[in-house]
Design a protein around this ligand. Structure first.
Ligand SMILES: *Cc1c(COP(=O)(O)O)cnc(C)c1O
Length: 388
């Protein structure tokens, strides 16, 4: 195999931490913890159940929730579907109004579209110039019949962080439910569901050094009686999500969340240091722009637009693994809906790259990336400057 590119795409997915892999492996083989957590009559099932419940406590602890408020799903996509469709169906589909934004993940936008087709009115809020959804925008969009607001904590393309507590207070004052997609926030932003006015929150393991295919939905007290299951059969997870619990996935997600809690301060400081080392030299490149708020953001994710004529992301992609928009849009090859909502046109969107850092990024990676990106800018053919 050729030398692998430098990995700068932690926002698309993370490798599973070796410590998490160990936990996962122990739940697979005959000598391990392989039982069905629902087999309460024997020791195999009881041991598996213990691992599942420990993981539930671990996930809850990182985000200030109670263990019994965590429902296992297959990932943040399913959590988002359960939250939006589940709330809409519990109140009886058709009619009513929900609020979301133009810069949500497709798992929200496509689900909102489904509800729209079923007769629910949907407002898609525009971000401000810094890529943030303001509390004021939410306040102005609230209607008499608004029953749900769904906004993300951290934007996956920009790394911007919305003021979720302030928005939640507005939503609750109007007696609506508040769902937050926190797939990019867990482990990077201090989340406190005991204090935050949030009713439903989506999580994914593979954005936080756990495996793909497992996630969770936090269901707070106000949402408990206002949520309808989407997957039926067996009545697992309090009837909210049936299906045999995947002990190895769940135990691994718990371990990943526990580890993120232990490493939180250390990792934050490290990523901030690395971000400085990456961003400062890149901002020297003539015409380069950082998309999204410079202050209300996580240090992990950087969206940079390069000057016309100065840059070809295609050449760069052989040596650096980054995202040209986001992994979720890449399938369609369309310009990023997030960048378009921020006022970019298709051309400036095509000169934009997302670099995202993580637990295994080294100073050496940063220095090499800076060198490669600067070379990619410098070596662009001169005619580009006047070209299309
Ligand atoms: C990755 C991501 C998702 C989807 O999560 P999966 O677990 O891959 O389904 C949803 N929302 C955001 C913001 C994400 O970054």
């Amino acid at each position: 195999m050729n030398k692998r590119p430098l990995y700068f795409d932690y926002a698309a997915t993370t490798p599973v931490d070796e410590r998490v892999i160990q936990v996962m492996i122990e739940c697979l083989g005959f000598n391990g913890n392989f039982g069905n957590p629902a087999s309460s009559a024997h020791a195999f099932g009881q041991q598996a159940r213990q691992s599942v419940e420990q993981a539930r406590r671990q996930v809850a602890e990182l985000v200030g929730a109670q263990a019994e408020q965590i429902v296992w799903t297959s990932g943040a996509t399913e959590s988002n579907n359960l939250a939006l469709k589940g709330v809409a169906q519990a109140r009886g589909v058709g009619g009513g109004h929900i609020i979301t934004s133009q810069i949500e993940h497709k798992a929200i936008l496509d689900t909102a579209k489904q509800l729209q087709d079923a007769g629910v009115a949907v407002t898609y809020l525009a971000p401000d110039a810094e890529g943030l959804i303001t509390p004021q925008a939410v306040s102005e969009a609230m209607r008499e019949d608004t029953f749900l607001v769904s906004l993300m904590l951290v934007n996956n393309e920009l790394g911007t962080v919305n003021d979720i507590p302030a928005i939640g207070r507005i939503v609750h004052a109007r007696d609506a439910l508040f769902h937050v997609d926190a797939a990019q926030g867990a482990g990077k932003v201090a989340i406190d569901l005991a204090e935050w006015p949030v009713d439903l929150m989506s999580f994914s393991a593979h954005k936080i050094y756990g495996p793909k295919g497992i996630g969770a939905l936090y269901v707070g007290p106000r949402a408990q009686q206002r949520l309808q299951a989407q997957i039926h059969g067996g009545g697992h997870e309090g009837g909210l999500r049936s299906g045999t619990l995947a002990t190895h996935q769940i135990a691994a997600m718990g371990a990943a969340f526990a580890l993120a809690g232990q490493l939180f301060d250390e990792e934050k400081a490290m990523i901030e240091r690395l971000r400085g080392r990456l961003l400062e030299p890149l901002l020297d490149i003539p015409g380069v722009r950082l998309n999204g708020s410079p202050s209300q953001r996580i240090p992990h994710t950087l969206s940079l637009t390069f000057n016309e004529g100065g840059f070809s992301s295609v050449a760069l992609s052989a040596t650096i693994a980054f995202s040209a928009t986001s992994a979720c849009n890449s399938a369609s090859n369309a310009p990023s809906h997030v960048l378009l909502a921020l006022g970019h046109d298709a051309r400036s969107a095509s000169r934009t790259i997302r670099l995202s850092l993580g637990r295994f990024t080294t100073e050496q990676d940063i220095d090499q990336a800076v060198h490669l990106i600067k070379s990619a800018c410098a070596s662009a053919p001169a005619f580009w400057a006047t070209g299309p």
